[in-house]
Design a protein around this ligand. Structure first.
Ligand code: DGP
Length: 114
C-alpha cells in the first residue's frame, strides 16, 4: 500500500535490520527498542489493524505468532520469557497502521502495561 512505512520496509524500499523473511511475513528490529529484544513481525499483505482480518486471514495470524515464537527461541529469550503485543487503534497506542506483532524480551516485564 502506498504511504505505508511497513509495506515499504517489507518490500525493502526502506531500510531495516532484517531478522526473518518468508513469502508471507517480514520481521525486523524496532527502531525504538523498548527491551533488549524488540522485533516487529508483520504480514507482507497490508492490513491497517487486526479488525480488518477476515476468517480466511487467521492462518496468517498463526504464522505470525509461530514466527515470533521461533525468533524468541533464536534470540534466547524463550525459556526466561517474552511478550507478544499488538496494538489496535488510538487508545492502545497504535502508531503505525499496518498490523505488527511486537516481540519483546530480555528483561523483566511488568503488569499492567502502561
Ligand atoms: P505501535 O505503536 O504498536 O504502532 O508500534 C510501532 C512501532 O514501530 C514502534 O515501536 C516504533 C516502530 N517504528 C516506527 N517507524 C519505524 C521505522 O521506520 N523502522 C522501524 N524499524 N521501526 C519503526
Amino acid at each position: 500500500m502506498d504511504n505505508c512505512i511497513f509495506c515499504k520496509i517489507a518490500e525493502k524500499k526502506m531500510p531495516s535490520k532484517v531478522v526473518y523473511e518468508d513469502e508471507l511475513v517480514f520481521a525486523f528490529e524496532d527502531i525504538e527498542p523498548q527491551a533488549p529484544v524488540h522485533i516487529l513481525i508483520v504480514p507482507k499483505k497490508h492490513f491497517s489493524t487486526i479488525l480488518e482480518l477476515k476468517d480466511e486471514d487467521y492462518s496468517l495470524v498463526s504464522h505470525l505468532v509461530k514466527t515470533a515464537t521461533k525468533i524468541a527461541a533464536d534470540r534466547g529469550v524463550a525459556e526466561k520469557g517474552f511478550r507478544i503485543v499488538t496494538n489496535c487503534n488510538p487508545e492502545s497506542g497504535q502508531s503505525v497502521y499496518h498490523i505488527h506483532f511486537h516481540l519483546l524480551g530480555g528483561r523483566q516485564m511488568h503488569w499492567p502495561p502502561g
